[in-house]
Design a protein. Structure first.
Lengths: 184, 846
């Protein structure tokens, strides 16, 4: 589902619209531009590029947009500070813990402050304590940046922490729950 | 076998393109090997076949170099009781507009006891040799030649002879097969006395073919004939002429062998690369096999068997490719040998040598197996625990790399040490091989360092695409090291051949400036290498009488067996020539050597003769001549490029006395200062062109001809450049195909976070260009070393000529865009496949 919403995949039937724009009618490069401008991805296995430093990984989407180098570096440092990794900018992903890697991935997803953040099992590859920290960070960012965050999870704790939960079973919406207050 | 079916076959099917590219390396190597060898053998076989067919029943042949000898020798030979039949022969080739025509002048009265003409139908003219003789325009041609030109009995055939244009009459047509198949069927026979006139031979024969009495021993008869004629004559079986030609064209054969072996060597690196990559990719599969109980030996055998099968497939296609190549190249090689060595060729049927095919198959298989040894060993060492760990990676190459670097240093030092002792010829070759091995072993480390050095540059050009392209090379040196090594070797060969060519052109240009300074060259043919026709010496006076001619220098050049090699003896009026030409002395005093040679107290030899045949100043040379063996000391060694086997400069009068031959191949003509050269040329043609076969070549035409010959010789460089480009494309396509597989997730992430298709393409292109840059850098550097050894080997063992070291910067400058362009071309396909892949699969790919 995240792939369809994020424009990574095309639906075999039905339509996905983003800001009223049907994604299936877009070319590959148009779809990429939508992803680039409107969507940030957070993957379960982080998908950081192992040869690039934290700073370079976070800079990646900005460079791809053709931003000037100086501006890219400023923004990447700012984002790494936001995820509390300001001291580890030159480290390679292999030199970081799982939680730190996910923070870098989140910083990368936020690089252009997209209106939508898609998180695929963001805590699935982390221990409970680190998972809780990452979850807190995502909620903080949601509150501070106002972006829509869509989290896919099998973890009830994660689901319960969200203001709205849509349960899917066998490809159908099984339940749609809104909460006034959620546990953070 | 079961592992092959269950494991290898599905992998090969999945990676069909890569398998084909790998096999292409062997196809190329074996193809070039079989092609060049078969083409050479085809030309040589045609030459031998011609000798064999023309020899007929002759068991021995008497010659005196290619200058010929007086007719009275025939009577002496016929008097020997061991001789059953002796037939004089004049043999020469004539250009007929299409192919060369081999004209055989024979004595119709006695020749049929040696040769069977096997004529079509019944022809009284041939049945009665006296009628044939009585008509000096008589000619017999082969059925093939007649059919091609629509000739029948009594047809007329015009030819340009030493007595002007003459029309010959076809009086007999030989049936196909036997004698008629000599020289590819382009054969004509005429009476020997008519041939003497036609070719300006005077009263001389080129050779005498001898059939011995039944029961006479070959050795005994040879000894008796040799004693009778003296050591100025060669008495040999016909087959030894083939050996002489083989020895003359030895250098060409050696050069083409080096090319083919190098192609195979390069193919080995492509195979190594593919297998090294396959092991890395199939780590998990190997881990599963090991976990299920496969032994290390079984894993090793699996990879070696795969390699052997790839080698076998590549060799089979390579042999077919080689045959096609041989067909295409025989004409070129034959034409080139004709022009360079003056021995006309007509490639015959293509015959396959089972030994050659066997050797090619063995070479292809051994190359494949050797290339797969290290990857197979790595595969056997895979740790199943690490291989099955998700995300885990067992570095298989690091220890090996350190060992390689150590060996590279050892070989490098040994190579320098070998150079220090290079007065022993073997040490030059040892040093050369060691230097190449050192470079090959060091290439992965150098590729790694150069990739790191390139990273800032590439990242500076394109921050994401450039950095990722460089990182891809830095992270996986194994993936590209084989490709880079192949590219490096290939380019090094191109550079060394290019450098050799450039240095040779420079040396040749200098020699031409000094030696070829007459205004005109009056010759019997359009080319200087053809020696079928000769002028009478008396023509010199006629030329001198022409208004505007200041000086005429007659030159006679003949091949004579000296030091068991066919050496070119050049007979000139040394005193006169020395006033105009002073060839650069290598040994001896320039004035002194010409003075002594003019006084007939010695011979001046070329530097290549001295080097190739280990001759030195003061050494007494024995030069066989019809009048006896001429013994003269070497009074000087000079740089002279007239012939690849070397030359001996003799005084013309001495030559005339010893060879009884005052004929001339070329007249060097100097025009009076102030005279109009074009008018002088016209006067010469008007005075003599109508009476006889005569060409007046300008200085520029002669220089152009020699330069064209050299161009043809170095045409091999073009083949090498083509091979280098193919290697570049094949290797880079191979490396990139694997790189894309390896980087599938990385490229997926790049697209997921906003990378456009063009940006993905750029990173692949930049990786290809980076491979090209590294390959070119290493290739140009190794080329500098290889050029040094090539010049050394050429000087010592091939042409014997001192060639100054001149790095071919122009070739290098051309190679840079060519290889980088090829790299970019090679990257187009893989880049498209990278952008077309499923993004979802890429992101889930593990």
């Amino acid at each position: 589902m995240l792939n369809l919403i994020g424009g990574l995949d095309r639906p075999s039937q039905g339509e996905v619209e983003l800001d009223g724009q049907p994604l299936s009618k877009l070319s590959d490069d148009e779809l990429t531009r939508v992803r680039r401008d409107k969507i940030g991805f957070i993957f379960q296995f982080f998908n950081l590029l192992p040869t690039l430093s934290c700073l370079e990984n976070v800079s990646l989407p900005l460079h791809l947009r053709g931003w000037p180098r100086k501006k890219v570096e400023e923004r990447a440092r700012e984002l790494l500070d936001t995820v509390k990794l300001g001291a580890r900018v030159d480290h390679l992903p292999d030199e970081l813990s799982g939680g730190e890697r996910q923070r870098v991935a989140i910083a990368r997803a936020l690089s252009v402050y997209p209106p939508i953040l898609l998180a695929d099992e963001p805590t699935g590859n982390l221990d409970t304590h680190t998972g809780a920290e990452i979850l807190k960070l995502i909620h903080d960012l949601h509150d501070r940046l106002g972006a829509t965050v869509l989290v896919v999870t099998h973890d009830k704790t994660v689901a319960d922490s969200c203001p709205r939960t849509i349960q899917l079973r066998d490809g159908q919406v099984f339940a749609d729950t809104r909460r006034e207050e959620v546990r953070r | 076998m079961i592992l092959l079916r269950l494991i290898s076959w599905p992998y090969a099917r999945k990676h069909l393109l890569r398998c084909l590219l790998t096999t292409a390396g062997i196809v190329l190597g074996v193809g070039v090997f079989v092609g060049m060898r078969t083409a050479n053998k085809r030309v040589l076989a045609a030459f031998n076949q011609t000798i064999d067919r023309i020899a007929g029943a002759a068991q021995l042949q008497v010659t005196a170099g290619d200058a010929g000898f007086d007719e009275d020798v025939l009577d002496k030979i016929r008097e020997l009781p061991e001789v059953q039949a002796a037939a004089p022969v004049i043999e020469a080739t004539v250009g007929t507009g299409q192919n060369n025509l081999l004209v055989l002048g024979v004595d119709m009265l006695g020749d049929r006891s040696i040769r069977n003409y096997d004529l079509e139908g019944s022809d009284t003219a041939i049945d009665d040799p006296l009628i044939f003789l009585a008509q000096p325009d008589s000619l017999m041609v082969t059925k093939k030649f007649a059919d091609e030109r629509g000739l029948a009995v009594n047809s007329k055939l015009p030819m340009r002879t030493m007595q002007g244009d003459q029309v010959f009459t076809v009086r007999g047509i030989m049936k196909p097969g036997g004698l008629a198949s000599a020289f590819g069927g382009d054969l004509a026979i005429m009476d020997i006395y008519a041939a003497q006139k036609m070719f300006g031979r005077g009263r001389k024969f080129d050779r005498i073919d001898i059939a011995l009495q039944e029961g006479t021993g070959l050795e005994g008869a040879t000894a008796k004939l040799q004693a009778l004629l003296g050591s100025g004559f060669q008495v040999e079986p016909p087959s030894s002429r083939g050996q002489q030609f083989e020895s003359t064209s030895r250098m060409y054969a050696l050069a083409s062998n080096i090319t083919s072996v190098f192609a195979l060597f390069i193919g080995m690196f492509i195979i190594y690369n593919t297998f090294a990559i396959a092991v890395t990719e199939r780590r998990a599969e190997i881990g599963i096999l090991r976990a299920l109980g496969a032994t290390r030996g079984q894993i090793r055998t699996l990879f070696l068997t795969e390699s052997a099968l790839a080698g076998l497939a590549g060799t089979s296609v390579g042999v077919l490719f080689g045959i096609a190549m041989a067909r295409a190249m025989s004409g070129y090689i034959g034409g080139m040998l004709t022009e360079i060595y003056g021995v006309a060729q007509s490639p015959g049927d293509l015959t396959l040598d089972p030994w050659l095919i066997g050797t090619a198959v063995a070479m292809g298989l051994v190359t494949s197996l050797v290339a797969a040894v290290i990857p197979a060993r790595s595969a056997a060492r895979v740790d199943p625990v690490k291989a099955l760990q998700k995300g885990g990676f067992q570095s298989l190459g690091e220890g090996e790399n350190r060992a390689r670097r150590r060996w590279a240093i050892v070989f490098g030092v040994a190579s320098i040490a070998a150079f220090a002792f290079n007065r022993f010829w073997i040490m030059t070759y040892v040093g050369y091989v060691l230097a190449i091995l050192a470079a090959v072993l060091l290439s992965p480390a150098l590729s790694f360092w150069l990739s790191r050095a390139l990273r800032p540059l590439l990242a500076g050009l394109r921050p994401v695409e450039g950095a990722l392209a460089a990182d891809s090379l830095i992270q996986a040196p194994r993936r590209t090291s084989g490709t880079i090594a192949a590219l490096m070797l290939s380019l090094a060969l191109v550079i060394s051949l290019g450098g050799l060519a450039r240095s040779s052109y420079d040396s040749l240009a200098e020699w031409m400036r000094i030696a070829l300074n007459p205004d005109f060259f009056v010759t019997t043919a359009e080319t200087l290498s053809s020696r079928s026709f000769v002028f009478p010496g008396s023509l010199a006076d006629g030329l001198r009488a022409i208004e505007g001619v200041a000086e005429v220098q007659p030159v006679r050049s003949v091949r004579v067996m000296v030091k068991n090699a066919p050496i070119m003896v050049i007979a000139i009026n040394v005193g006169a020539v020395a006033k105009r030409v002073h060839l650069p002395p290598v040994e001896g005093n320039s004035d002194e050597m010409y003075r002594l040679a003019a006084q007939e107290k010695g011979v001046v030899v070329s530097a290549n003769f001295a080097r190739l045949h280990d001759a030195h100043m003061g050494e007494m040379l024995e030069i066989p001549a019809p009048a006896g063996v001429l013994r003269l000391p070497i009074v000087g060694v000079v740089d002279d490029f007239s012939d690849q086997q070397g030359t001996l400069l003799l005084n013309r009068d001495l030559f005339i006395r010893y060879w009884h031959d005052d004929s001339v191949n070329v007249f060097r003509v100097y025009v009076t200062p102030g005279a109009d050269a074009a008018q002088v040329r016209q006067r010469i043609l008007q005075a003599f062109g109508g009476q006889q076969r005569l060409f007046v070549l300008t200085n520029r035409e002669v220089r152009d001809f020699i330069t064209r010959l050299t161009d043809q010789w170095f045409g091999l460089t073009n083949v090498q450049t083509a091979v280098a480009m193919l290697v570049a494309i094949l290797g880079i396509v191979n490396a990139l195909t694997v790189s894309i597989t390896d980087r599938r997730r990385e490229l997926g992430v790049l697209q997921a976070v906003g990378g456009l298709r063009n940006q993905i393409r750029h990173t692949i292109w930049m990786e290809a260009i980076a491979i090209g840059i590294i390959g070119v850098a290493l290739g140009l550097a190794l080329g500098a070393v290889q050029l040094f050894y090539s010049i050394e080997i050429a000087r010592r063992d091939l042409v014997g000529i001192s060639i100054s070291y001149a790095y071919p910067f122009q070739t290098a400058l051309i190679l840079i865009p060519v290889i980088l362009g090829s790299a970019l071309l090679a990257a187009l396909g893989p880049a498209e496949s990278a952008v077309r892949g499923s993004l979802i699969e890429a992101l889930e790919y593990e």
